[in-house]
Write a protein that binds this ligand. Structure first.
Ligand SMILES: Cc1cc2nc3c(=O)[nH]c(=O)nc-3n(C[C@H](O)[C@H](O)[C@H](O)COP(=O)(O)OP(=O)(O)OC[C@H]3O[C@@H](n4cnc5c(N)ncnc54)[C@H](O)[C@@H]3O)c2cc1C
Length: 404
């Protein structure tokens, strides 16, 4: 659907954020809360229906089960933020939220992956997460609906791990940021102009023709991150990868909550409430796709996904798909982790990109950290500098092996 472009009220802003979905909104809100900052912030979002952004295609879950301590800490902040939303936002209109903590159940069918789960559990527990390892017999006892014939080990955490209402948080951030003076416009950044030396961005050009001067610019463009960076002559290893989702109704629902189960095949499925379940998967190979390609692969369910589900959970022999859609991960092909901080040469160009399949839960910590960096020049709460763009230049990946 075509939308009418909105014109910003000014021709110059201290900070221009390109992309107004969950990452752009989080950063805008944290900026609007900083008592040391009274600068002008513009958020440019090309489609305020948000129909195709990652944020609206998500599975909506958070987990503590990561393989790096920093990612665990980031999710811990997310859990605290979500559970105490009215306090954090200082706004009684904001709903009290909870996390439906059915846990993520990682299943290992080989020793190599079982070893990874064991190593991850040590990292997670040291950081304060409640991850438990389970033998096949224990899994069977607690979750009798699984077929565990091929399973060696499971890993699950039932504290602050499961489903949460990200849409409520997203809406609260946008409303509050706007009320605090952040300007949101529906428009598209189509060009970025640097100074002669190439060391600073001077302005962004909008699709409607206006040239907007900016002190700092933040790339929060999701799967389009590389396209936005290229406007400033910058490369970033992020590409759109298709992720398919199916919601189905079971003829005989399970008698207890289904954890977000990560089958060894890569297919994942979780409780969705009311006798329905939410499943996700992708094709193999898994190529980059066009930014606007959201076509569904209808054969994938019948030929690949359903047989795997019905083998893992025989009760899912009799199910009916009620909704299905394709969305995009902003896949960081370098190391699957966030890409943040300033560019090493274009000093006022900042990244908030590459969140692959875990950006929703990272949005509170990453928005907070990015706001700190933009205003104070350094992270103040959680040190997120390991995620800085310069690791890519240096060829120094942070391997996160708990990727979905
Ligand atoms: C199927 C699926 C399941 C997922 N499940 C989970 C999950 O369970 N838990 C979790 O934590 N994460 C999950 N994720 C990942 C999470 O949804 C994303 O990491 C997160 O939403 C990224 O937010 P974003 O704001 O960076 O990007 P997006 O939501 O994609 O937003 C980017 C915005 O930028 C705008 N934009 C782009 N270019 C321009 C431009 N030039 N000018 C103006 N605007 C522009 C776009 O219109 C878009 O609205 C999932 C993702 C998918 C696809």
């Amino acid at each position: 659907m075509a939308h009418t472009s909105q014109t910003p009220t000014k021709t110059s802003y201290d900070i221009v954020i390109i992309g107004g979905a969950i990452m752009g909104a989080s950063t805008a809100w944290f900026l609007s809360q900083d008592a040391d900052f009274d600068g002008r912030v513009l958020v440019v979002e090309k489609d305020v229906s948000y129909a195709n952004c990652s944020t609206m295609h998500t599975n909506g879950c958070m987990r503590q089960q990561f393989s790096t301590e920093l990612n665990v800490r980031i999710s811990q902040f997310a859990a605290d933020f979500v559970k105490n939303l009215p306090d954090y936002m200082g706004d009684p209109r904001v709903p009290q939220l909870s996390i439906r903590s059915f846990g993520y159940m990682y299943l290992a069918d080989n020793e190599a992956f079982a070893d990874i789960l064991r190593a991850n559990q040590l990292v997670q527990r040291a950081a304060g997460a409640a991850t438990q390892l389970m033998s096949a017999e224990e899994i069977q006892r607690h979750y009798p609906f699984y077929n565990v014939d091929d399973i060696l080990l499971g890993s699950i955490n039932l504290v602050d791990e499961g489903l949460w209402d990200a849409t409520a948080v997203f809406e609260a951030w946008r409303r509050s940021a706007r009320e605090n003076g952040v300007e949101f416009v529906e428009n598209e950044v189509v060009a970025i102009t640097k100074n002669v030396a190439g060391s600073r961005v001077e302005s962004v050009t909008l699709k409607s023709g206006e040239v907007i001067a900016c002190g700092q610019v933040l790339n929060a463009s999701g799967p389009r991150a590389a396209r936005t960076a290229r406007m400033a002559g910058i490369d970033i290893p992020v590409e759109p990868r298709k992720r398919y989702s199916w919601v189905f109704k079971a003829e005989r629902p399970l008698d207890r909550d289904l954890p977000l189960t990560i089958d060894p095949s890569g297919i994942h499925v979780r409780e969705n409430g009311g006798g329905t379940y939410h499943c996700g998967g992708h094709t193999e190979p898994d190529p980059a796709v066009d930014y606007d390609d959201f076509t569904m692969d209808y054969s994938l369910w019948e030929s690949h996904v359903w047989p795997i589900l019905a083998t893992r959970i025989p009760q899912f022999e009799a199910i009916k798909v009620t909704h299905e859609w394709a969305g995009h991960y902003a896949m960081n092909t370098f190391d699957h982790n966030a890409i943040m901080g300033p560019h090493h040469e274009v000093e006022n160009f900042f990244f908030l990109n590459g969140f692959s399949g875990h950006g929703l839960q990272q949005s509170p910590a990453m928005g907070r950290g990015t706001a700190e960096l933009l205003v104070h020049g350094a992270y103040r709460s959680l040190d997120l500098s390991p995620f800085n763009y310069d690791r890519i230049v240096a060829g120094r990946p942070i391997i996160e092996n708990a990727v979905i």
